[in-house]
Design a protein around this ligand. Structure first.
Ligand code: AMP
Length: 277
């Protein structure tokens, strides 16, 4: 991978990378399209990273439709698909971790022990191998995106990190590789996530309702959906992921949610921009 990257750089060509775990969908495709516009060459990485899974069952049941993924990459004119094996990434004796700091402590970090250490380690390895000028990530994984920006800045990796808006189904459900594991009833129930986020956003921005009331209403909404189990629904500062006790209309904020639906854990978020006033 690095040989190819060095050749491109020597020839004066720029490289964009889209790191993924495969099971590609329209969310990944929007990142690939933006990558095409961001650099001369596009690399997609496909790697289901064992280090970032906190539950063995989630790792083994993670979808791996490799042929389909390769077709999608070809359709988008991807120049290189980098799909290393787990033993190539973590050979015997592998003993180093990239440990993110405070940003990784709450929410996804608290609910999925070791998850962000796995993400930070693999993203650092992938950026080192691919040597990109630009790397594209989805805003759907907002805490991950904030951590990746921090790593690149703290470790002087010299890669431009671009965040892309969340691509959704017609009913509002954020696209995710894990949606493939929802049965019909769970898929129907999962719409409660974007609904709760939209309702909360409207209550905060248009109705100026206090955050504790909005949060309580969201909890009540999830309680009416028997297939859903809410893990968290919070309002945070998008820079440091500190929980906010109240919305300040002069500050940007982010609503974040993690919900189990029919045995599948889904996350989503909704920006609450500053509106002044
Ligand atoms: P994953 O394969 O789930 O690790 O995701 C690979 C990249 O695609 C990450 O940067 C994700 O944030 C991004 N991504 C996943 N789902 C979506 C979506 N619905 N819209 C936009 N980007 C997404």
């Amino acid at each position: 991978m690095r040989d190819w990257a060095e050749q491109q750089r020597k020839a004066g060509r720029t490289i964009a990378v889209v790191p993924t775990m495969g099971a590609l969908h329209a969310g990944h495709e929007s990142l690939m399209e933006q990558a095409r516009h961001s650099a001369d060459t596009v690399v997609v990485t496909l790697f289901v990273n064992p280090m970032q899974f906190d539950r063995a069952e989630d790792f083994t049941s993670y979808p791996r439709p490799e042929d389909e993924d390769l077709h999608i990459c070809a359709r988008h004119g991807v120049d290189v698909v980098y799909a290393p094996s787990a033993s190539a990434m973590y050979p015997p004796g592998f003993d180093t971790r990239v440990e993110p700091g405070q940003l990784a402590e709450a929410f996804e970090g608290a609910h999925r022990p070791g998850h962000f250490t796995g993400v930070a380690t693999v993203v650092t390895k992938l950026l080192t191998s691919v040597q990109p000028h630009v790397a594209l990530f989805g805003e759907k994984d907002a805490q991950q995106l904030a951590i990746v920006r921090r790593i690149v800045s703290d470790l002087d990796l010299g890669v431009n990190i671009v965040g892309m808006p969340t691509v959704r189904e017609a009913d509002g459900l954020a696209l995710s590789s894990r949606n493939r594991r929802l049965d019909a009833a769970a898929r129907a129930a999962a719409v409660c996530i974007p609904q709760a986020l939209d309702t909360a956003r409207t209550a905060l921005i248009q109705a100026d309702q206090p955050w504790p009331e909005v949060q309580a209403a969201a909890h009540a909404h999830f309680a009416t959906e028997p297939l859903a189990h809410l893990e968290y629904f919070d309002l945070v500062d998008p820079q440091d992921f500190a929980a906010l006790a109240e919305r300040d209309p002069h500050q940007n904020a982010l609503l974040i949610a993690a919900v189990w639906v029919g045995g599948v854990r889904l996350i989503d978020n909704q920006p609450i921009p500053a509106t002044g006033g």
